[in-house]
Ligand binder design. Sequence first.
Ligand SMILES: [Zn+2]
Length: 439
Amino acid sequence: MPATELRNRIAEHVESIALVNTHDHLTREDYRVAEPADLLSLWFLHYASSDLVSSGMPPQDLEQMRDPRQPLEKRWRIFQPYWERIRNTAYAKALLIAARDLYGIDDINRRTYRALSEGIAAANRKGRYREIYKRAGIEVAIWDVLDPRPESIDTAIFAPTIRLDNFIGARSRGEVAGLAAISGVDIHNFDDHLRALNAHIDRHARTIFAIKIGVAYWRPLRFERVGRGEAEAVFNRVMADLSQGVSMEEARPLQDYLMHHIVCRAIDHDLTIQIHTGIQEGNANLITNSNPTLLSNLLLEYPQARFDLFHASYPYWRELGLLAKVFPNAFADLCWVPTISPRVLRTALEEWIETVPGNKVSAFGADYIFVDGSYAASRMARQAVTDALCNKIEEGYLDEDEAAGLAAKYLRENPWALFGLDRWRRQRRKPPSRAKTRR
Ligand SMILES: [Zn+2]
């Protein structure tokens, strides 16, 4: 049988799968449509913008380039030389895919940027998220809201999570006061602090589908087992300080204690814990903080918990594969990887097919703030999954039925089960049905 026939058949099957997107950050739609949007202000909010800076663009030029109140021509002139430097990266390829498929524009260059920009501005209207998700074949996304009110979201396509980084990270009186406001619980002592955290989780537990922890952006993922007394003593120092609060180093035992507390609460509520591991967005961070093996003690201590470990822990994807292979409570999530490197997605899958049980991997999460990026990520993920499966068939490792079964698991069934999306299906706000509109 010719190889292209096989590829076409697998591609067609992969194309037919309604995706579960394990992670997206789309700005609330009412906020987005209230702001002007164009090529340079919207598509360079993140990712490709970090490549621009890494290629040499001064950060103040990035700010000017993104400012929609300045003339587009002037901003293009700032942008263009750096664009030439980054157009080889997968972040840039994602934008080129979105330009081609969603706006019918083949390239981003001095002849096309105005038309593309106008297209993006015209598309900045209500309903765009549903429209693009439909086009991408995304049924539902776990939505990392970056907004303390997950009840404000479109549950027809989003299943929300809440981030608890602010509860772990508070190390000044001002930050603690902010948590009191979010939770509705006055915080005077450590008991109150835990009560506030519990109240916040309890209030949202029935409407969220995961708890998100993103602290690897600012501390290592090793959370020691700390006695309550030690944590309370740090908390008391936070409350006694009238200026900046305590240092990051001093705050560590308190943060460690709170992380263990959160894992216990996630177990109580049967919620999966999504943890950022690996590559941090931006241009200045400590990658070693995000090594997933730092989580080993939590994985050992909480067999009842479910840990969904993000971004293939890139570049520690081998370590992540090992954790997912060994620990029943560790799950490997390839969100953001399609647009970091389709090659890494493909290679990781090819190895994990041999090492990790088929129920432990989720292969698609877009991780974008703007929906055109989510679309491009879906295209790149479907392609990389198709390539990985075809390679394994051609190696003689999988037969075609096995490959088709894995595709459905990786792109849909595994995350559906991991986040308990049957409940989402029951709770979701239904789009107006035909029967109703006829009546
Ligand atoms: Zn993210």
